[in-house]
Design a binder for this molecule. Sequence first.
Ligand code: GYE
Length: 306
Amino acid sequence: GDDSGSGSDSGSGSDKIVLGFSQVGAESGWRTANTKSIQDSAKEAGIELKFSDAQQKQENQIKAIRSYIQQKVDIIAFSPVVESGWDTVLKEAKDAKIPVILTDRAVDSTDTSLYKTFIGSDFVEEGKKAGDWLVKEYTGKTETVNIVELQGTTGSAPANDRKKGFGDVIAADPKFKVIASQTGDFTRAKGKEVMEAFLKANPDIDVLYAHNDDMGLGAIEAIEGAGKKPGVDIKIITVDAVKDGMQALADGKINYIVECSPLLGPQLMDLVEKVHAGETVPARVVTEETTFTQEQAKAVLPSRQY
Ligand code: GYE
């Protein structure tokens, strides 16, 4: 991976906090904005950041964490690509007395002493918000609503939880039918490819629920390629609310976006400082988020930062 950030000016063994951060990858607009937020806020807080990009591979993240342990960084933070399989490496960090902060995504380790805190969104809640919009949109209608779902990275917390929250809400009414559900790995290219396959296999799709904007944007290309109108012939709900997604929402190609904020940097640096100072921090820090309709997207788009 890449080393970047504010490390170059740390000079003569200064007392700067050294943070090792293992990022998932650069799979989406959300991730790019998240990386920038972390790098900018580390710089601002005077924290020396060692940054590596795992290219969506757990083995790369485990390697990066082991290397941070070897380098004796003060704190390790990472955004776990999948939920399971972290116990061994987290135990190694604990034995080396290096505190770990989970950023953005959760792990399924039952031993919660393996990390200090977890900052990020409530993904089940996001899935529920997506489902709530759909239920409202089809109120009073009785015909079957055929839904296709583009899931995020298999085994990742946001894919598991966004599927669950949405599924729980729509289960209340049998007219909602998920007729196909597959991973698009949170990328535009995969979203397009899988949507093309969905369209070939299912002539009668009413709704697309995509676990992020990028897959939704890829799917829009597939829908247009099939001669259909995204947002009209097929209603689209996505999650994130990055600029390109908000533009498509304002243009009427997406119908609803559930916001997931990538701007976790400032809060993360605050937690890093507190953990380093031995202060107690809350076990869970949940990001505050909203939702956007097409009209709301038009209003906020000019001032959207990412
Ligand atoms: O929604 C997606 C990204 O973990 C919340 O990862 C994050 C998700 C985000 O690739 O766009």
